[in-house]
Design a protein around this ligand. Sequence first.
Ligand code: 13P
Length: 249
Amino acid sequence: MRTKMVAGNWKMNKTLQEGVALATELKNTLTNPSCAVVIGTPFIHLATVCEIVKGSPIRVAAENCADRESGAFTGEVSAAMVRSTGAEYCILGHSERRQYYHETAEILKQKVLLALANQLKPIFCIGEVKEERESNRQNEVVKAQLEGSLFDLSAEEFSQITLAYEPVWAIGTGLTATPAQAQEMHAYIRSLVCERYGKEVADNTTILYGGSCNEKNAAELFANADVDGGLIGGASLVAEKFAAIVAAR
Ligand code: 13P
């Protein structure tokens, strides 16, 4: 059975003090969750948040890591540095990184390799933009994203990856994909993983949905066979809402 998961992505929100308060509240609320729970925080929160949630079921993710191992890359944070905080996951390939920081499939491939080499499990985001959906090209876009960054991995390496389907038109817009749209795409993604790695790996791959997933629509999205959980932006910033989404899984 594949892992069911709800992961938060705080993005560029919360001061250190606010992040400490949120992590503490989550730790006190999510004492016995029915699925894996991961919170993705800015780099500066990682070490402190890892200390706070130590001994609880909550795991911690970075939202990014560098595409180089170490050295003269001012302002960058390496996968080894992330891992040294206690974080176990790393969100990679988020559409905001692709769009605003020009992260290409090739750059993301390097990041994935460095994350894996440093015992970080990537939560790898894929998804089409509005124009691509409108011209019915979502399948080819998602396929190219998988092939361009992940499908050169060995089956063993790939088994460390959690996928997150995040249609870009649904992120932060309130325009959630319908449960049917999510299920259709998740099943397609799983079929691609099956073609590349076989049925066992495909059946074991966790595929999250992200994009205006909230405490009101989560249960309906998670009810679909291939939707294994959610990657939550806005609603992950409020403990009550995030806990309600975890409970829906
Ligand atoms: P929202 O939940 O705010 O739409 O963000 C989704 C997302 O981008 C998670 O990575």
